[in-house]
Design a protein around this ligand. Structure first.
Ligand SMILES: [Zn+2]
Length: 463
C-alpha cells in the first residue's frame, strides 16, 4: 500500500515555538517534514502562499449535548462548527442526561461521538463525590480530566461542598489526574439571586449583578488554596477576571500545579452586549464591565492563561427566547465555537498587537499540554498529528448567521466585522473544512486518550 503524502507549500508556519516560512510534508496523517523547499517531493499539493498555518485549535471546554439533548447541538453539528472555526480537537464536558459520572455513561457518550464527530475529540468526566475507584475507572476509560461545580449552577449536576472538594482533590492527586472547577461561591450566588428576586429585577443586567466578580474570585482563591494544600493539579474553568488570573499566577510561582482558561465572551464582549442581547448573552460567569475586560486583556500577554476555550453551550432559539422578558428564565450558555478563534485573532493579534506565537500557545499547545495530548495535538513538529488551520490573516468579513454550521445558527457575535478568516482546517492530514463546507462524513473524528509517554522527535527548524 502506498503512503498518503500531502505537501503544503509557501505558507508561513506559526507554531507555539516560533513563526517562519517553511513547507510541510505530511505522511499518513502525521507531519513528516518541515523543510525550506518541498518542490521536489511528490504527493498531493496544497498551495498556502499568502496564508498562515497555525496548529489546529484545541478547544478543551465544549458542551455538545450528545447523546441526551441532541436537539440542542450534537457532535455532528458542533464539530462541524468547530472545524469551520479553526478547531481540530474538542474536549467535551460531562453535562448530559445521564451525567457522565460513571463508566457506562462515558462509553455511551464516546460511542455516540465516535459516530458523528468530524474533528478529533476527548471527554471529561464529572466529579460529584463518587469513590476513587469509580474515578479510577473513568480515567482508565480515557477521561482527560474531572470537572466539578463549586456552586449549584448546572441543573442535574450536584455541586461539591468544601469537604467533598478536598476529598476529590486528594483522589485526583492519587490518580495523577486534573480537577477542573467551575469556581463560583454558592452562598454568595444564592444570595445574589435572592436579592434580585426580592427587588423584582428580571432585566438583563440583573443576571450580572446577581453574580459579580467577588463570587468568582473568592471561590477561585479557595480552590487554589485547597489544591495547594492537597498537592492536586487544578484547572480553573472560564476565568472572567484579571484577579483570577493573578491568583493562578501567584500559585504557580509558589510551585503549585494550577492553570486557568478564559473564553472569548470575557475578552470581546461586555455588559453592553448583555444589555443589547439579553438571554442570548446569558452565561456563567456573567459578562463583565468594560474595565474588567480591559484588565483581563492586560494579563493575557503574560502567559498565565493556558487556554482559550469556547464553553460552547448551545440551546434552541425557543429555550433562549424564554428569557426575553425575564433574564433568569434563559438557560446559561452561548453559541460561540465557530467564531471564537477568529474573534481572538481579530482582537488579540490585529487590534492589540499580540503575536502569532501567543495565539498558537493559547489556542492549541497550551490546552493540549495540560491535558496530556501534546505534542500529538497542539503543535507543528515532526511526528505530530497533521492538525492544521490555514488562515487568511488579512481577510475582513462579517459574522453572518447563514455561515454558521451549528444546529441552531445564532451567536452573540453576529454582525461583528472581523479581520482574519479560517480558509481550511486539516485533521490528521485530511481537509475537514474548506470553502465554507465540511468535506468529510460524520464519524471521521477519533477519540483521544492522553499519551503517557509521547515519543516525538524535535522539529527541524530552518536557521
Ligand atoms: Zn462550561
Amino acid at each position: 500500500m502506498g503512503q498518503d503524502v500531502l505537501v503544503i507549500t509557501g505558507g508561513t508556519i506559526a507554531a507555539e515555538y516560533g513563526t517562519f516560512k517553511a513547507d510541510l510534508i505530511i505522511r499518513d496523517g502525521r507531519i513528516a517534514g518541515i523543510v525550506d523547499d518541498a518542490r521536489d517531493i511528490s504527493g498531493e499539493r496544497l498551495d498556502a502562499s499568502g496564508l498562515v498555518v497555525f496548529p489546529g485549535g484545541v478547544d478543551m471546554h465544549t458542551h455538545l449535548r450528545e447523546p441526551s439533548r441532541i436537539e440542542r447541538e450534537g457532535f455532528a453539528h458542533g464539530t462541524a462548527s468547530a472545524a469551520a472555526g479553526g478547531i481540530s480537537t474538542v474536549v467535551d464536558m460531562p453535562q448530559a442526561d445521564p451525567l457522565v459520572a460513571d463508566v457506562a455513561s462515558f462509553r455511551q457518550k464516546r460511542d455516540a461521538a465516535s459516530r458523528s464527530a468530524v474533528v478529533d475529540f476527548g471527554l471529561h468526566a464529572a466529579a460529584i463525590g463518587q469513590s476513587i475507584d469509580q474515578m479510577a475507572a473513568l480515567k482508565a476509560e480515557g477521561a482527560l480530566a474531572f470537572k466539578a461545580f463549586m456552586c449549584a449552577s448546572s441543573p442535574g449536576y450536584p455541586r461539591l461542598n468544601d469537604a467533598a472538594l478536598v476529598h476529590t482533590l486528594r483522589a485526583v492527586r492519587e490518580l495523577d489526574s486534573t480537577l477542573i472547577v467551575h469556581a463560583e461561591n454558592d452562598d454568595l450566588l444564592q444570595d445574589g439571586l435572592a436579592q434580585m428576586a426580592a427587588a423584582g429585577r428580571i432585566d438583563p443586567l440583573a443576571h450580572a449583578e446577581s453574580r459579580p466578580p467577588i463570587v468568582e474570585i473568592e471561590a477561585v482563591r479557595r480552590a487554589i488554596y485547597l489544591a495547594g494544600a492537597t498537592g492536586a493539579r487544578l484547572h480553573i474553568a472560564h476565568a472572567s477576571t484579571a484577579a483570577t488570573v493573578r491568583a493562578v499566577a501567584r500559585a504557580r510561582k509558589a510551585g503549585h500545579s494550577i492553570t486557568c482558561e478564559t473564553c472569548p465572551q470575557y475578552l470581546v464582549m461586555d455588559l453592553g452586549d448583555l444589555l443589547r442581547l439579553g438571554p442570548f448573552a446569558r452565561c456563567a460567569p456573567a459578562l463583565r464591565d468594560r474595565a474588567e475586560v480591559e484588565a483581563l486583556w492586560a494579563v493575557m500577554a503574560q502567559g498565565t492563561v493556558a487556554a482559550i476555550c469556547s464553553d460552547h453551550s448551545p440551546y434552541t432559539l425557543a429555550e433562549k427566547q424564554a428569557g426575553n422578558e425575564d433574564i433568569f428564565k434563559a438557560p446559561l450558555g452561548l453559541n460561540v465555537i465557530q467564531v471564537m478563534l477568529p474573534s481572538i485573532v481579530d482582537e488579540g493579534i490585529h487590534r492589540r498587537g499580540l503575536s502569532y506565537t501567543w495565539f498558537a500557545n493559547l489556542s492549541a499547545a497550551g490546552p493540549a499540554r495540560l491535558l496530556g495530548l501534546y505534542p500529538q495535538k497542539g503543535s507543528i513538529r515532526v511526528g505530530a498529528d497533521a492538525d492544521l488551520t490555514l488562515w487568511d490573516m488579512e481577510q475582513q468579513w462579517e459574522v453572518r448567521r447563514e455561515d454558521l454550521l451549528s444546529r441552531h445558527p445564532w451567536t452573540p457575535l453576529e454582525g461583528r466585522r472581523l479581520q482574519g478568516r479560517v480558509i481550511r482546517t486539516i485533521v490528521r492530514g485530511r481537509s475537514v473544512f474548506a470553502d465554507g463546507r465540511i468535506l468529510v462524513e460524520p464519524g471521521t473524528g477519533q477519540f483521544l486518550r492522553a499519551a503517557s509517554s509521547p515519543a516525538i522527535a524535535p522539529a527541524v527548524l530552518p536557521v
